[in-house]
Design a protein. Structure first.
Lengths: 322, 292, 238
């Protein structure tokens, strides 16, 4: 797995920012600021999880909210049953991972939209089933019995955000990443070149689900109280896909830009126009799909590169364009 | 649980009402997928549009909700035309991922707009037929009966349009072979826009009818869209007969399961059926193997 | 050495018998030209060998191994490579990434890295474009990329599907010249409508019509075979 294109500067930047974020409580940041940073990390982690699968292969998942929710419920239920945290969290992640294998096994052998439908209905099913499960507390909610000090899930989430960003960076720079993008570009051609498409898709969906499950688990520990209608609402699946789509699909830093935007827009809307959240996100998504389908970051970087090329040799810029 | 004839008839009637509505929704979805190869995740928003329009007419203005039906159709078709021209038509030449994301994004936008303007309250109205019809021991609400009649009538009309008539021919030509259709002189752009408008108009009518027998919320259309997707997957993605057969099947199934268990279980089992279909026969009952 | 052998291949689509009882072999170092009028079954035969469809009857053997029911991508790992009639580049990837995307044959000898990819690109004059996105290439370049991309995975059997379609006479000649140089390491089957330029460079020619092989032999023999002439030009010409 040649990593010739892994950019050490990007890696360093990620670690530095992550370290700073983790150290914020020690630097006297206010509770409000810490919560903002937490949500940035949460959206980023969830967004990278989606990015790793759907961003790279082009197979859109609407289930990432549910996968996170499963991680949350499994972890909280385990902890309430007395299982120590260091074991409950992997259990939550594992249950999410296994769920992804079930969805994937039914639909990833097929090309096209079958997978997307399978994830759409998984999200719907998760809500229906969890509402009925007495062990999950039903519609009344499931509280976490031993609430943790808030800095712990916050730290976990920041670590997860850093980890998942680095993972996307590494995959993108590797031959495997090229193959995933090949599947996205033209699956028939990818298969004709020996790429084991179904297996690769399933593998990355599983990894992506585990990451989403972890994000959900940490969020469950943070909120300390789970309500199925909140946890399994489609909103989280929308966030999972909107963050990378708006920020920059198949890139490591795109979702970071998306997450900042999400947190920023969320705060602004809360002050000025509560209730417009979906309208703004929907409008942004429509604009992105229409005008910058690769997302904000690649679009901006591409524009800057073109301008630099223009500056250097005005004649060359139009030469290879179609 | 005694299984009497009246019970069976009752369940069938209920199933037919739901099936009729699902049929309108699924017909639109199948038309859009068949003719322009787009999976319309925004379809639910057009259903909701029709529902709120009718609520405004019947609840706000106090007029008969049946006025809502043609109004919903025309308004829906118009909005659909605009959406196709401004948004969906622009991304159709791109990889299918883009059109999927476009319709999904429009759906989020639409849902947000409805929530913003109408709030989350459950809306209903008293105008329109009230009371029941009793026939052979079976009770049919007059509202439900009207819904059923409109669905069947409209469905039959659309089938006739598709079977005969130049538009229907154009739709079928486009669905089978785009390039050949173009070289036959069929105006591809116009046909696509008409297909989308018609489909969306049908969705809006479904919404109008849904507002009559249920409550209207910002998410009402999306709930029905989910069921509609089950119908088209099980029936076959671009297949019109598949959509109708599937609608009938799912409508009856949900009616029976809803009675035997409860509504949640009915949905759970229906969605599991979808997985079964994907596993065993992904092209659906009547679709071709190329669809998926 | 026989690389590919087919036995009694049959494939029907509904009522149409696209491939009927096709038997043939291809040896290493051999360039087999597959010709025939439209609808003769050439593409179906290609798809059967590449694994995109399964035959209704008959068998396909690669190096003696039965691959009839093997998944397409597994056949690639065993050494079958194909190009497509309408090029299918990975548009958002660079030329270099396109070449490196494939997974080489299990018993490949050459390393699958940037250096060998670059030398392959040099052979077809695409080396300077290595860092450009594939979406920026002209048709001629895309055709060359299509071939190089599959070469990078070291196929034992190369299936070229209408590689000359859309190319000018000189571009076609250049590409054919390049294809001929590949013979030593691979067996090649080439399907194309440009019989005039293709036939002369083939070692063997096979003509299909209506799903059947109506002629199979040396190019000069096949060219004058009355059944071939009839298939292409109709009754009067024969």
């Amino acid at each position: 797995m040649a990593l010739t294109r892994l950019n050490p500067a990007m890696l360093a930047a990620t670690l530095v920012v992550g370290g700073l974020a983790a150290a914020l409580p020690l630097m006297g940041a206010s509770r409000y600021q810490l919560v903002l940073v937490y949500y940035f990390a949460y959206y980023l982690a969830l967004g990278q999880a989606w990015n790793l699968m759907s961003g790279m292969t082009g197979y859109v998942s609407f289930a990432h909210g549910a996968l996170a929710g499963i991680g949350a419920y499994a972890t909280v239920m385990a902890m309430n049953a007395g299982v120590p945290m260091w074991l409950s969290i992997p259990i939550g992640a594992a249950v999410a991972g296994v769920s992804s294998l079930v969805i994937g096994a039914t639909s990833l052998r097929l090309r096209g939209i079958a997978f997307t439908f399978a994830t759409l209905f998984f999200q719907a099913l998760a809500l229906l089933i969890v509402r009925k499960l007495p062990a999950a507390g039903g519609a009344g909610g499931l509280p976490l019995q031993d609430i943790l000090p808030v800095w712990l899930p916050q730290l976990f989430m920041i670590l997860l955000a850093v980890l998942s960003t680095i993972l996307v960076m590494v995959v993108r720079a590797s031959r495997t990443g090229t193959r995933l993008l090949a599947i996205k570009g033209d699956e028939a051609a990818a298969l004709s070149l020996g790429i084991a498409s179904a297996r690769l898709k399933l593998l990355f969906f599983c990894i992506s689900a585990v990451l989403a499950g972890l994000a959900g688990a940490f969020h469950g520990l943070f909120t300390a109280s789970l309500y199925p209608d909140v946890v399994f609402s489609f909103d989280m699946s929308i966030t999972a896909l909107a963050v990378p789509l708006i920020g920059g699909v198949a890139t490591a830093f795109g979702p970071a830009a998306g997450a900042i935007l999400f947190v920023g827009v969320g705060e602004l809307l809360d002050i000025f126009a509560p209730g417009l959240h979906n309208v703004v996100i929907g409008a942004l998504l429509v604009a992105v799909v229409l005008f910058m389908p690769l997302g904000l970051v690649p679009f901006t970087v591409g524009r800057m590169r073109d301008r630099r090329k223009d500056a250097r040799s005005p004649a060359a810029s139009g030469e290879y364009a179609r | 649980m005694s299984i009497s004839l009246t019970l069976v008839l009752q369940l069938i009637v209920n199933g037919l009402v739901v099936g009729g509505l699902l049929g309108l929704v699924a017909l639109g979805l199948a038309l859009i997928f068949g003719v322009i190869r787009v999976v319309n995740f925004a379809h639910g928003e057009f259903i909701t549009l029709g529902a709120y329009l009718t609520w405004l007419i019947a609840g706000g203005l106090g007029l008969s909700p049946f006025i809502g039906i043609p109004v919903a159709f025309l308004f829906g078709a118009l909005v659909g035309w605009v959406v196709q021209v401004l948004f969906i038509g622009r991304v159709m030449e791109r990889p299918p991922l883009d059109s999927l994301m476009m319709t999904y994004s429009l759906s989020i936008l639409g849902l947000g707009l409805f929530s913003f303007f109408f709030g989350g309250d459950f809306r209903s109205y008293s105008a329109g037929p009230n009371g029941d019809l009793r026939l052979a021991g079976v009770t049919v609400g007059l509202r439900s009966l009207s819904v059923l009649i409109v669905c069947v009538a409209l469905g039959a009309l659309v089938i006739m349009l598709l079977r005969s008539g130049r538009l229907g021919l154009a739709f079928r030509a486009l669905a089978q072979n785009r390039d050949a259709a173009a070289s036959c002189g069929i105006n591809i752009r116009a046909t696509e826009r008409l297909a989308f408008s018609l489909a969306v108009g049908l969705a809006a009518v479904a919404g109008a009818l849904i507002s009559l027998i249920g409550t209207t919320t910002p998410g009402v259309g999306d709930d029905w869209l989910l069921e509609g997707f089950v119908v088209v997957v099980i029936g076959g993605m671009g297949s019109i007969p598949g959509a109708l057969a599937g609608a009938l099947l799912i409508g009856l199934l949900q009616s029976i399961l809803g009675y035997a268990l409860d509504d949640s279980w009915a949905k759970i089992i229906t969605y599991l059926l979808l997985y079964l279909t994907l596993l065993t026969r992904p092209q659906g009952l009547l679709g071709s193997a190329m669809e998926m | 050495m026989t690389v590919l052998r087919t036995e009694g291949l049959e494939k029907s689509f509904g009522g149409l018998r696209a491939v009927r009882g096709v038997n043939f072999t291809v040896e290493t170092g051999q360039l087999l030209g597959l010709f025939g009028p439209n609808g003769a079954g050439k593409t179906t035969l290609f798809n059967l060998i590449a694994g995109e469809t399964r035959p209704d009857q008959g068998g396909i053997f690669l190096d003696g191994e039965d691959i009839t029911h093997l998944a397409g991508w597994r056949r690639v790992r065993l050494g079958i490579g194909r190009t497509f009639q309408v090029t299918r580049p990975f548009r958002d990837l660079t030329v270099m990434e396109n070449v490196l995307a494939g997974v080489p044959r299990s018993d490949a000898t050459r390393p699958h890295d940037e250096r060998s990819a670059y030398s392959l690109l040099e052979r077809v004059g695409l080396a300077e474009r290595a860092g450009d996105p594939a979406s920026q290439l002209t048709l001629g370049m895309l055709k060359r990329l299509e071939v190089v991309r599959v070469l990078a995975i070291e196929p034992k059997l190369l299936l070229l599907d209408e590689p000359l379609a859309g190319l000018s006479v000189s571009e076609s000649a250049e590409l054919l010249e390049f294809v001929v140089t590949l013979k030593s390491a691979t067996a090649i089957i080439i399907v194309d409508h440009n019989v005039r330029q293709c036939l002369p460079v083939c070692d063997t020619a096979m003509v299909m019509d209506g799903g059947e092989v109506i002629a199979h032999g040396l190019p000069e023999e096949v060219k004058t075979d009355p059944r071939v002439v009839r298939a292409y030009l109709g009754e009067e010409a024969a």
